[in-house]
Ligand binder design. Structure first.
Ligand SMILES: [Zn+2]
Length: 436
């Protein structure tokens, strides 16, 4: 009896080990196949055991009623993000990663009796956040397609919330992979207050896979082969990140559901250093045309009439000037449309509350970059000229609205001076811009 049992037991073990060995060899083979192709010499070798067994939530941005950014050819962000998300899922599934998708069809999560696109987008965003926080996943990868009112910008770019150092490392690893695998791109991973990143408790990244507003990149995004390369790059970057985390002393945090654990550090923004403005001048924040990061260069505009105005009147004039766009001959780019999009404006101590028109959403065209730049063009400009600490933005009088489906408004927003001038002056820069 004993011998039989032993024999039976050994048989089972052998079978299991055999099975595990096959799976292990398959995963290793996949990694070898992946790393063999045209990798840079210093490409890190991947550790299959650091990747297999993880749970990753993939969020295909937008969907259903919300197309996201739309290109000139009619290509919609929601279609591109879903296709890349599905391809990415296949990569992860092959190496033993459990994948949760926020959507696998052309749907949204705004089902509700209330009307109004602004509130629908907010509902959809918050539902995705809830899915991520209840998923017990190790990582969140949210896929989006970028857009800006001008076609000049291109290049994939990763965004992270600065509160979690793991998120920054994840974004940098994916950015590095995108740049080395997809060709020249001077963009770097950047911090941004995307709601999905701010509100989730796990390391997370938003990958803006390219600018649909750039005709060449729109063509690429429509090409299934290019989407496959994008998925492979995101997968490889994530695998590098997981390998690096496993090899370092600090393993990746698994704080799903907001539980304890992980290294949370306080969000540190640089000290607010408002430039000293000459009387009768205003400082207006416009985007720099460089294709490297999302940043502003303020234009100093002489406005002698400001001297006799009250603080509120001054704010009104400055917003009107911001809507006029950069001065003649400037290389800078407007982040807000012309016309009168301010419905209401009031000052409460060191805070301004601005009620803007939902028509700004049309100008933003569903792009994460255009949304972020519009928000901070407004916030930075008001803060710097009126010495404010924060600005609350309402949309058509609605609190907690979103203009482009990435950032949730309604809470007071602090200016981000670090989005101001950095590095070398841009070509064509006449020195009319404020230097820090
Ligand atoms: Zn988007």
């Amino acid at each position: 009896m004993v011998t039989k049992k032993k024999f039976f037991w050994i048989t089972i073990v052998w079978r299991r080990e055999y099975l595990f060995a096959i799976i292990f060899l398959f995963v290793c083979g996949f990694f070898c196949g992946l790393t063999r192709r045209d990798e840079p010499v210093d490409a890190p070798s991947l550790l299959p055991s650091a990747v297999a067994g993880k749970t990753i939530i993939i969020d295909a941005g937008h969907g259903g009623f919300d197309p996201g950014a739309v290109g000139r050819s009619g290509l919609e962000e929601k279609t591109v993000t879903l296709d890349i998300a599905k391809r990415l899922k296949r990569y992860f599934s092959r190496v033993g990663v459990y994948v949760i998708m926020t959507r696998e069809k052309d749907i949204d999560y705004s089902a509700m009796p209330e009307a109004g696109a602004l509130t629908k987008k907010r509902r959809d965003l918050l539902y995705r956040v809830r899915m991520a926080n209840e998923s017990n996943a190790d990582l969140l990868i949210s896929i989006h397609v970028n857009s800006f009112p001008q076609s000049i910008w291109s290049g994939a770019q990763c965004f992270y919330d600065s509160e979690l150092p793991e998120s920054k490392r994840l974004a940098e690893a994916i950015q590095n992979s995108l740049v080395t695998r997809l060709g020249p791109n001077r963009r770097k991973a950047q911090s941004a207050d995307y709601l999905i990143l701010k509100a989730t408790k796990i390391p997370s990244v938003t990958v803006e896979v390219g600018f649909i507003s750039n005709p060449r990149e729109e063509e690429l995004l429509a090409d299934p082969e290019y989407r496959e390369k994008l998925a492979e790059s995101i997968f490889y970057g994530t695998a590098v990140f997981l390998t690096q985390e496993a090899r370092s002393a600090a393993p990746v945090a698994t704080t799903a559901g907001g539980g304890a654990g992980g290294t949370l550090t306080a969000k540190v923004y640089p000290e607010l250093t408002f430039p000293t403005l000459e009387p009768g001048t205003a400082c207006l924040y416009f985007a720099t045309p460089n294709n490297e990061d999302l940043s502003f260069k303020p234009e100093i505009r002489p406005l002698p009439e400001l001297e006799e105005k009250s603080k509120l009147q001054k704010a009104q004039v400055i917003l009107e000037e911001l809507a006029k766009g950069p001065g003649e001959g400037s290389v800078l780019l407007p982040c807000l449309p012309g016309g009168n999009w301010v419905h209401g404006l009031r000052l409460e101590g060191t805070r301004a509350v601005v009620d803007v028109s939902s028509e700004l959403g049309t100008f933003i065209n569903g792009g994460g970059a255009s949304e972020m730049m519009a928000i901070y063009s407004l916030v930075n400009t008001l803060a710097v000229n009126l010495n404010l600490n924060e600005v609350t933005i309402l949309v058509d009088g609605v609190k907690n609205a979103t203009l482009g489906g990435h950032f949730l408004l309604g809470e007071p927003i602090k200016p981000r001076p670090e989005l101001g001038p950095t590095g070398a002056q841009t070509a064509g820069d006449t020195g009319n811009y404020l230097r820090r």
